[in-house]
Structures are given as C-alpha cells and as structure tokens.
Write a protein that binds this ligand. Structure first.
Ligand code: T4K
Length: 368
C-alpha cells in the first residue's frame, strides 16, 4: 500500500532556523503577551500583506469572535452556510442570530443579489467568506452595506496573500479575519489575525484579546485571552520566507489538476479571473453524478480505499447542523445552490510538497 496522502500537509521551515530563534526565546524568557517575535511578526505581516493594521491571535475562531465584539455587532447577521463551522459559531458565541444567504455557483461565495431580501430591522452586519481564497463580490457587498448602514466583517481564513487588480483583498469591509492553522497555506501551528484600518480599532482589538487590560490596573472591556504566543510568532516569521515559493509550487499542481480534468464530463472546478493573484489554498472539484457516472461520495470512498484522504469541504452545510437547522433561513428552499455544491464538492490533496506522480495517480483513480 502507498503511504497515505492527506488533503493537505504543512511545509515546515528549516529545523535549525527554528531552533536558533528558540534559543533566543529561551534566553529572553518572554514567552507570550506581545513579545519581541509577536511585535516583529505584526510589523512584517502588515508590510507583506499590504495592510495598515494587523493584530495577531491564537487562532482564527477567536479572532472572528473578538472581531464581532470589537464592532459591537448584535441582532442578526447575514452570512454564508457554505463555510467551516467556525464562521457561524462565532456569531452564536456572541448571542447573534445567523441569517443564511445562498451562494453563487461559480465560486461558492455569498450571492450579493440575494442579500437584500434577508435584511430586517435587526440586521447589523454581513459576514461573508472568501471561500477557498476566491474573492467575494466585495464591491456589491459594500454597496449594500452602505445603503443599509451595515458593518462588513470578512472571514478571510482562506485568503492569505490574495490580491485582485494588484491590491490585497484584505482591506475590504470593516475587518478581515485570517486563520494561520496548520492546514493553511501560511501557518503558525495555530494562529489567526484581525486586519483593521485605523489605530483606534487596532487598540480596541489589542485590549479585547488581552482580557480588556489597558494598563496594569485598568480593564476597559470584558476581554478574553486570545493572544498569539512567541513560538507561534517564530513559526510565522520563518513561514513568511517560504510563502511565495510554496505558492508557486501549489500553482503548478493546480494547473496540472485543471489540465487533467478540463475535458472530463461531469467534473467542474472553479475558474478564477486573471486579475486575481491566488494563494492556491484548496483544489475543490464538483462532481455531477448524472454526467460523471459516479457520485462525490463514490469518488471519496474510492480514493480512501487507495489511502488518499480527500475532504468534503464544506459538507455538511453549516445550516444543516443540528445547532442551526431550525432557523428559518436554514431551509433547503432558501439555499438551493449551497446545498447542491455541498453535495458535489470534494477537495483533492494539495500542498507544496505533493509529488506530480501522486497528482497523476489521484486523477487516474478518479477518471478510470
Ligand atoms: N473560517 C474558515 C472559513 C475556516 O476554514 C476556518 C478553519 C476558520 C474560520 C477557523 O480558523 P481556526 O480557528 O482553525 O484558525 C481544518 C482546520 O482545523 C481548520 O483550521 C480549517 N478552517 C478547516 C477548513 O480545516 P479539519 O478538522 O478538517 O482538520 P484536520 O485536523 O482533519 O486536518 C486535515 C488534514 O491535514 C489531516 O488529515 C492531515 C493534515 N494535517 C493536519 C494537521 C492539523 C497535517 O498534516 N498536520 C497537522 O498538523 O479542520
């Protein structure tokens, strides 16, 4: 049996470069709470991503939860069911009612033409996701938000480094939230960040992620502990040096997958525009059983029998989990496209060190 192939695998920096920095950490003994490496990473990431202010977090989920607190979001928030559960859970943890909106078939992102019908007097914000790193229709979303006086918080967990028309997409909306989990294109073991546009908001974020402390004896808000530690920050600094090379490697693999599936009837993939600098974080295919002859689940099982572990990101839809399915907006009639995509999607293995022979083997197993 061939060795297992997982949907993703982190690329690790050179071990010695990691231990060199650890030695420094051992000497200065400042392990967390805005240490030297944390500060350095915030500065380097802001430059690298082309954003004004960034605040590091211990993971993306806490960054989402705090982001909603920062903007004092209450009532109802319009969001997508086609995402990882953390997106909607962050609303639930803040006592906010999620209102699910359907997505566009072309990329799985929130369908801006369906947002307005869901707005009520209780709506305070929109929480879209740049799913698989493909940009939402940010302009249309912002226009709706401006018309109705809503905030926009992007779950940009998949969108590290993504640009559109030579500009980062992370400056859209009021806040963007990143995840640096081990499975992401850029990782700090666990980690995340909030991107904002002014110093005052950054200050509030920094208070909230540190229990609300604004000084040794001053607590200005009911904060939480969501700080990134120094070991993660070290990892982040080293990963930055690897990012572009890994992105290019991923691009080659995605191009290969696409060339192989291009003419296969019943299998479609997302075609992004030329003006987008992608991060190639996932490679989802959508399998139409009637045309392809095998269902998504058949292909998933087939790959599994061959020790290849593709993933059904994002099945089940968040709106179909028991916590949320009683909501009116969770009904299948409200979310036909999202339900169809969730039933057809399969994310194939993709990571910088994945060998070309293995891509060829995966495609062969699927097609033959
Ligand atoms: N918003 C969105 C849109 C998200 O996708 C996510 C997270 C979040 C918010 C929340 O951000 P975080 O709080 O996580 O920072 C994974 C990740 O845990 C999760 O971060 C990610 N999205 C989600 C899409 O995928 P699982 O349960 O599928 O991961 P797991 O552990 O099964 O890993 C998948 C494969 O990766 C494994 O089969 C092997 C490989 N792997 C995994 C880990 C953890 C490794 O090779 N090394 C590792 O250390 O959720």
């Amino acid at each position: 049996m061939n060795k297992p192939i997982y949907v993703t695998q982190p690329t690790l920096p050179n071990f010695e470069s990691f231990t060199d920095k650890l030695k420094e950490l051992w000497e200065n003994k400042h392990l967390t709470n805005n240490g030297k490496f944390h500060q350095e990473l915030e500065q380097k990431l802001a430059e690298f991503l082309g954003v004004e202010y960034i605040s590091l977090f211990s993971n993306g989920t806490l960054a989402l939860m705090v982001g909603l607190q920062v903007l004092r979001i209450i009532g109802e928030v319009i969001t997508t069911p086609y995402s990882f559960v953390a997106t909607t859970h962050s609303l639930h943890w803040n006592g906010i009612k999620p209102v699910f909106c359907d997505v566009r078939e072309e990329d799985g992102n929130l369908d801006p033409d369906k947002i307005e019908a869901l707005i009520t007097p209780q709506t305070t914000a929109i929480l879209p996701v740049h799913v698989y790193g493909n940009p939402c229709d940010n302009e249309k979303i912002q226009k709706i938000a401006d018309t109705y006086g809503l905030k926009v918080i992007y779950d940009a967990a998949h969108a590290f480094g993504v640009e559109q028309d030579n500009d980062t997409i992370l400056n859209w909306g009021d806040l963007s939230i990143l995840s640096f989990h081990a499975t992401k294109t850029y990782n700090t073991f666990e980690g995340g960040a909030i991107i904002c546009k002014d110093a005052k908001t950054k200050q509030r974020i920094d208070y909230l992620k540190n229990f609300g402390f604004a000084g040794e004896e001053i607590v200005v808000a009911p904060g939480i502990n969501a700080k990134m530690n120094e070991v993660s920050a070290i990892m982040g600094l080293l990963q930055l040096d690897l990012y572009e090379e890994n992105r290019m490697k991923r691009q080659k693999l995605v191009d290969l997958y696409k060339s192989k599936f291009k003419t296969v009837e019943g299998i479609r993939f997302i075609n992004s525009d030329k003006n987008i600098k992608e991060n190639y974080s996932y490679f989802p295919i959508f399998i139409d059983k009637n045309k392809f002859g095998k269902s998504r689940n058949d292909v998933y099982d087939l790959l599994k029998q061959n020790n290849i572990f593709a993933r059904k990101y994002f099945y089940p839809l968040i709106s179909n989990f028991s916590t949320y399915r009683a909501l009116k907006s969770a009904s299948k009639e409200n979310l036909p496209v999202a339900n169809k995509m969730a039933d057809e999607v399969l994310c194939l293995p993709l990571y910088a060190d994945l060998e070309i022979e293995n891509i060829e083997r995966i495609v062969k197993i699927i097609i033959e």
